[in-house]
Design a protein. Structure first.
Length: 199
């Protein structure tokens, strides 16, 4: 290769390394906090560490406790050494499993859960145009909210609720592309539902 001919692979890598920092708090949520909230009375005692995330799975933290882990399906690139926020990018193409996507398994008991509980799983993504997703989840004997077909655009936090999950149940939440534009995944947060205090 001539020294005057640009190496497109290296150029793309350099561009990727200077990606911007993202602020997940500014992303539009697909479920509102009140849809997921626990309502408690001021007479109840709250002893659980409710205001801390349980874990955050990302390109630089792909395995949590126990069976908690990340699966990427047909990503174009996973960039971990960027000066901005590490990410995986996706372009739609049919795959044997249906299309590009992100899946996170979560095992509550490995984080100290000893009773049935509710959890919120949030995928922080940027869609570079309309992106069609199939949002999936599994909670064993429990139930899920926020699943099904969805079209997103821009900075979006795709939210999935896992309800009444036994502590030993390995759960999962996933987003899988069925069509549309390119997109990037930054992280998936696993949290307790927010609390609404009732006086």
């Amino acid at each position: 290769m001539s020294s005057e001919t640009p190496d497109l692979g290296e150029r793309a890598g350099e561009d990727a390394e200077v990606a911007e920092l993202i602020d997940p708090a500014t992303f539009e949520r697909t479920l509102s906090l009140t849809d997921l909230a626990h309502r408690v009375s001021v007479h109840e005692i709250i002893t659980f560490p409710w205001f801390r995330p349980i874990d955050t799975i990302s390109p630089t933290h792909t395995v949590g406790k126990g069976r908690t882990n990340l699966t990427l399906i047909a990503s174009d690139i996973m960039q971990t050494d960027t000066t901005g926020t590490p990410y995986a990018s996706f372009t739609y193409r049919p795959t044997p499993s249906g299309g590009p996507g992100v899946s996170v398994h979560f095992s509550p008991g490995d984080y100290g859960a000893t009773a049935v509980g509710d959890y919120v799983v949030t995928f922080v993504i940027t869609a570079n145009g309309a992106v069609n997703l199939n949002v999936g989840a599994y909670a064993g004997a429990g139930s899920t909210t926020g699943t099904g077909a969805r079209t997103v655009n821009g900075n979006v936090a795709v939210v999935v609720g896992l309800k009444n999950v036994p502590p030993t149940q390995v759960t999962y939440a996933s987003i899988q592309q069925t069509g549309g534009s390119t997109w990037q995944w930054f992280r998936t947060a696993i949290e307790y539902p927010p609390l609404i205090i009732q006086l």
